[in-house]
Design a protein around this ligand. Structure first.
Ligand SMILES: NC(=O)c1ccc[n+]([C@@H]2O[C@H](COP(=O)([O-])OP(=O)(O)OC[C@H]3O[C@@H](n4cnc5c(N)ncnc54)[C@H](OP(=O)(O)O)[C@@H]3O)[C@@H](O)[C@H]2O)c1
Length: 495
C-alpha cells in the first residue's frame, strides 16, 4: 500500500478528447483504479481545444470505459474515479492557456494532495510535441524542485534521424532522460515481457539460442484493416517508419539480445541497444536484394468491396507509400553469425497477429520421414497478440504399426483462460510511469540507432525507387515476399 501512496501525482493529458485517450488511456487508468493501483492522491487533468464542462467530459469518458475497459464501470468505483477527472480548454498555440493550466494544477495539488508531481502525456499529433514541451518549460511546469515531473511521448519519435535528434534536444532541455518515457505500447504486452523469461529461465532454449541450432527467425506483424482515417499520417510514414523503426526492431532486439547482467532498467536497455548497433548496414545493393515493398490494391473480402490504398481518404492517387514491407537482415555478432532474420509487417492481411517464429535446424532425413516427405522442423512460436502464448512444434510417432512421423504441438496459451481480463499494455505502462520504472520504454540511444538503420533503407529508396508490388486484400503480401525466402529454400510460417 505504501508504494501506491507514493504515486501521488496529477496526470496532464494533452489531447484529452482524442481517440487514444478515449480508447486506451482512460480505460487503462480506470482499471488501475479498480485494482487499487492508483494513489488516493491522484488526479487527471485532460486538455483539449473544445468547450466542455467537467461533467460533460466525465460523461463522455464513462461511455468509453463502458466500451473499451476490461472492467465495466461499477457504480461505486466509477463515482470514486470520476471525481479525480477534470477537463481544461487550451489551444496549444496560445500562451494564455498555459498560465491558466499552471494555476489550475496548483489548485489540484491542494485539493488532491498531488504534491506538485506531474505526468505530462502527449496524446497529440507529433507536430505539437515540440511546442507543448517548450511551453511546459516556459511556464515553469517542470522544475523538479521538491517534486517530480515526467514526460510520456507517443510514437512517432521523429520521421528520420535528424528530426528525432531535434525533438530529443527540445525534450532534454526540459526533461532528464530518466524522466522521459518514449512509449512503444508493444513493450507493455504480457508476452513481450515473457520473451526474456522464456529465453533466460529455460536452459533448453537458451543453450541453443544461436545460429548453430537455429535456422532462421521470423517476426511478423499484420493487420486486417487498411489505413482507415489515418491516410494523411500514413502517407508520410509508410510501413517502414510506422512499424519497422519501432515495434519490429524492438521485438528483434529482445529476441536477439545477450543476457543482461541483471534485470535493472539500464542493464536490459544496454543489451537491447547493442543488437541495434550490430545490425548489418543496409547498403543500396542489400536493400534492393533483401527488401520487398508492397501496397494493398482494391478487392473484395467476404462479399465486401474494399478500396485499395490509393483510393483511401487523404492518400494520393499515385502514392508510392508502402503498406507492406518484408526484409531479410543479419545481426552481425558471434551469436548470430550469418543466420537470417526475416521481418514483415503489413496492412489488409488475412489476420491481425504479431508473432515470432524460431525455426530450428533440421536433422538429416536418414531415419525418419513424414509421409513421403522430409521431417518438419522444430518451431518455437511466440504469440504476442491477439492470442498470447507459446507453442512448440516437434515430431512424434504417428500412432499405429509403422514408423511414420507426424508433427505435434505443445500449446501454452497465456490468455485462454483469462481471455478478456489480462491487463492491457497501457495499464502496465502507465503504472510503470507512475512508479518511475522506464524499463519498458525506449531509451534515446535505441531510437537513435534504429533510425540510423531505417534511414539507410529510406535513402536507398530515394536514390533508386524500389518496385512497389501490389497485393490483394486478405493476402500475406505480394508474391515477391514469398520469393525472398524461397530463394533461400525457406518459407514464411503463416501459422
Ligand atoms: N489512437 C491510437 O490508438 C494511437 C495509438 C498509438 C499512438 N497514437 C499516437 O497518439 C497521438 C494521439 O493520437 P489520437 O489518435 O488520439 O489523435 P486524435 O484523435 O486526432 O486526437 C488529437 C487530440 O489533440 C487535440 N488537439 C489537436 N490540436 C489541438 C490544439 N491546437 N490545441 C489543443 N488541442 C489540440 C484534439 O483536441 P480536440 O478534440 O478538441 O480537437 C484531440 O484531443 C498521436 O501522436 C498518435 O500517433 C495513437
Amino acid at each position: 500500500m505504501d508504494e501506491i501512496k507514493d504515486l501521488a501525482c496529477a496526470m496532464v493529458i494533452f489531447g484529452g478528447t482524442g481517440d487514444l485517450t478515449h480508447r486506451k488511456l482512460i480505460p487503462a487508468l480506470y482499471n488501475l483504479n479498480h485494482d487499487n493501483k492508483l494513489s488516493d492522491d491522484f488526479a487527471i487533468v485532460s486538455v483539449g481545444r473544445r468547450d466542455k464542462t467537467d461533467e460533460e467530459y466525465r460523461n463522455e469518458l464513462l461511455e468509453s470505459v463502458r466500451k473499451y475497459s476490461r472492467f465495466k464501470p461499477d457504480n461505486e468505483k466509477w463515482k470514486e474515479f470520476r471525481q479525480k477527472i477534470y477537463y481544461r480548454k487550451l489551444d496549444f498555440s496560445q500562451d494564455s492557456g498555459y498560465t491558466a493550466l499552471k494555476a489550475f494544477l496548483s489548485s489540484i495539488d491542494e485539493k488532491h494532495m498531488t504534491k506538485g508531481n506531474r505526468i505530462f502525456y502527449m496524446a497529440v499529433a507529433p507536430e505539437y510535441f515540440e511546442g507543448i514541451v517548450t511551453s511546459i518549460k516556459k511556464y515553469g511546469m517542470a522544475t523538479n524542485i521538491g517534486s517530480w515531473q515526467r514526460l510520456v511521448i507517443e510514437k512517432p519519435f521523429g520521421r528520420d534521424l535528424d528530426t528525432a535528434r531535434y525533438l530529443n534536444k527540445t525534450i532534454t532541455d526540459v526533461f532528464d532522460e530518466k524522466d522521459t518515457y518514449r512509449i512503444d505500447h508493444y513493450l507493455g504486452k504480457e508476452m513481450i515481457q515473457n520473451i526474456m523469461v522464456i529465453r533466460f529461465a529455460n536452459s533448453m532454449f537458451e543453450n541453443i539460442w544461436n545460429s548453430k541450432y537455429i535456422d532462421n527467425i521470423q517476426i511478423s506483424s499484420s493487420e486486417t484493416v487498411g489505413v482507415e482515417n489515418r491516410g494523411g499520417y500514413y502517407e508520410k510514414s509508410g510501413a517502414l517508419r510506422d512499424m519497422m523503426q519501432n515495434h519490429m526492431l524492438q521485438l528483434l532486439s529482445l529476441i536477439a539480445m545477450e543476457p543482461p547482467v541483471n534485470l535493472d532498467t539500464e542493464a536490459i536497455r544496454d543489451e537491447k541497444v547493442k543488437v541495434l548497433r550490430t545490425l548489418e548496414i543496409m547498403s543500396p545493393e542489400i536493400v534492393e536484394q533483401n527488401i520487398v515493398r508492397g501496397q494493398y490494391g482494391p478487392g473484395t473480402v467476404n462479399g465486401k468491396a474494399l478500396p485499395g490504398y490509393r483510393q483511401e481518404e487523404k492518400v494520393a492517387g499515385n502514392s508510392v507509400t508502402e503498406t507492406f514491407i518484408a526484409l531479410k537482415l543479419h545481426v552481425k555478432n558471434f551469436r548470430w553469425g550469418n543466420m537470417p532474420f526475416y521481418l514483415r509487417t503489413g496492412k489488409r492481411m488475412p489476420e491481425k497477429t504479431t508473432e515470432i517464429v524460431i525455426q530450428f535446424n533440421s536433422l538429416p532425413d536418414i531415419l525418419y520421414f513424414k509421409n513421403n516427405g522430409g521431417l518438419e522442423p522444430n518451431l518455437l512460436v511466440i504469440r504476442i497478440q491477439p492470442k498470447e502464448g507459446v507453442y512448440f512444434q516437434f515430431n512424434g510417432k504417428k500412432p499405429g504399426t509403422g514408423t511414420e512421423v507426424e508433427s505435434v504441438k505443445m500449446d501454452f496459451c497465456q490468455n485462454c483462460e483469462t481471455i478478456s481480463n489480462s491487463p492491457e499494455a497501457y495499464e502496465r505502462l502507465l503504472y510503470d510511469v507512475l512508479r518511475g520504472d522506464s524499463t519498458l520504454f525506449t531509451r534515446w540511444d535505441e531510437i537513435e540507432t534504429s533510425w540510423r538503420f531505417i534511414d539507410n533503407i529510406a535513402k536507398a529508396w530515394e536514390s533508386k525507387v524500389l518496385d512497389l508490388h501490389e497485393y490483394g486484400p486478405a493476402t500475406w503480401g505480394p508474391e515477391e515476399a514469398d520469393m525472398l525466402l524461397k530463394r533461400d529454400n525457406r518459407k514464411w510460417w503463416n501459422l
